[in-house]
Design a protein around this ligand. Structure first.
Ligand code: ADP
Ligand code: MG
Length: 376
């Protein structure tokens, strides 16, 4: 049996009768990195507030390492080993990176405790080890005020780790970060997950994709679904709550569209007018009436704004027929304009992943070209 670090049963939190959390059940194994997503107002922050003791549940139980948390004060829960990183860094700007970390290490580790209980992570938790972990060696002796927004986030994560929590709660760590900082934050969290249990609350889907093993989707205070990023992202219920409307297509069709969209976005540089053409073609593929097409088009724009690697999408196609459809749709998209080098490369990747017989490929390509010329 794996050890549960967190077990939550039928948790309800009411604010004046409004249930921010509604009969929520959740559990997580020790050592797990879990991402929680959900639209605004889903209850994500309240969920963290209950775990840390900031908010008391109206009903239900939270157990941390088998201990009931209800009724305990915030500082008490922190002492049990739950650390929380808030959205805005809480660091001392006039102290250096090193001094900020030293402050946290000293607070919680008496010399005696360190001598008596050497842990495997002892190295990580020394100030030097922490500075290395968060990648701020070159800024160790600079005042924190001079750090970039991303570096401040890493420093605060380091300060949290310095307190040796068993469970780290991280609320939207990449809001406002550059792409590069976002990627490094992901790497840092993955590294920390080797020695901690981590819950990350996040909006940024691309980031979630980078770090997520297991994703929990919250909606209206309850767990809507759980699974890998791919399972969750293609789940029609998730698509529906994120868009606020029911999508008119199935998850299989959605998968095809994602592949086609990834092709369309291959050169990362589509003019709005070109995007319009693509979305138009995609929506016509799956909706007959123009009103339906219009709805689908706006849905797709939101949903497909991010590219997802073909390597993740194509293996999800279940039948040869679906693979053929993916090929035709993708070929149509790149044939609309002159095929540039990026597109050609992406298309080659697609072909390799689809693994269709060569004569099938050329037959489908020709059929697509014919359709295109007939349409003009
Ligand atoms: P999320 O973090 O997923 O956006 P929250 O947990 O912040 O969602 O909020 C969930 C719902 O509970 C929202 O509708 C919010 O308005 C409401 N809520 C949160 N905190 C309070 C509070 N202290 N009093 C009243 N309503 C609250
Ligand atoms: Mg929130």
């Amino acid at each position: 049996m794996s050890n549960k670090i967190l077990e939550i049963d039928n948790l309800t939190v009411s604010f004046d009768g409004f249930k921010a959390l509604n009969n929520l059940t959740f559990s997580m194994n020790e050592g797990e990195l879990r991402v929680i997503i959900g639209p605004n107002g889903a209850g994500k922050t309240t969920f963290l507030d209950v775990i840390t003791g900031k908010v008391q549940p109206t009903q239900g139980k939270v157990r941390f390492k088998g201990k009931k948390l209800s009724g305990r004060a915030e500082h008490n829960i922190a002492k049990l080993g739950i650390g929380r990183k808030f959205q805005t860094p809480r660091i001392y700007l006039n102290l250096t990176t090193r001094e900020n970390l030293e402050l946290c290490c000293n607070q919680t580790k008496s010399v005696l405790a360190t001598l008596l209980k050497p842990t495997p992570q002892a190295e990580l938790r020394t100030v030097g080890g922490l500075i290395e972990t968060i990648g701020l060696e070159h800024k160790a002796d600079k005042p924190a005020a001079l750090l970039s927004h991303g570096e401040k986030q890493w420093l605060e994560i380091g300060m949290l780790v310095a307190q040796s929590p068993d469970l780290l709660l991280v609320d939207e760590p990449v809001a406002g970060l550059t792409d590069e900082e976002t990627e490094r934050t992901g790497e840092l969290l993955i590294a920390l997950a080797e020695s901690h249990s981590v819950i990350v609350i996040e909006h940024d889907m691309e980031f979630v994709r980078q770090i997520a093993r297991q994703v929990t989707v919250l909606h209206e205070g309850s767990v809507l679904c759980e699974g890998t990023m791919d399972e969750v992202q293609n789940d029609p219920r998730v698509i529906e709550v994120y868009l606020g409307t029911e999508t008119s297509i199935t998850s299989d069709q959605m998968l095809l569209l994602r592949i086609a969209a990834t092709m369309a976005w291959a050169d990362g540089n589509f003019e709005p007018a070109e995007q319009e053409i693509i979305l138009d073609r995609l929506s016509r593929q799956f909706a007959q009436e123009s009103a339906e097409q219009a709805v689908l088009k706006t849905e797709l724009k939101d949903l497909l704004a991010k590219r997802i690697p073909l390597e993740e999408l194509v293996p999800q196609l279940k039948t040869p027929n679906q693979r053929e459809q993916a090929l035709m749709l993708s070929y149509e998209i790149i044939s609309v304009n002159q095929i540039n080098q990026r597109e050609a490369l992406t298309y080659q990747t697609l072909l390799k992943l689809l693994d269709l017989p060569a004569d099938t490929v050329s037959r489908l390509e020709n059929a697509t070209l014919e359709q295109l010329s007939n349409a003009h």
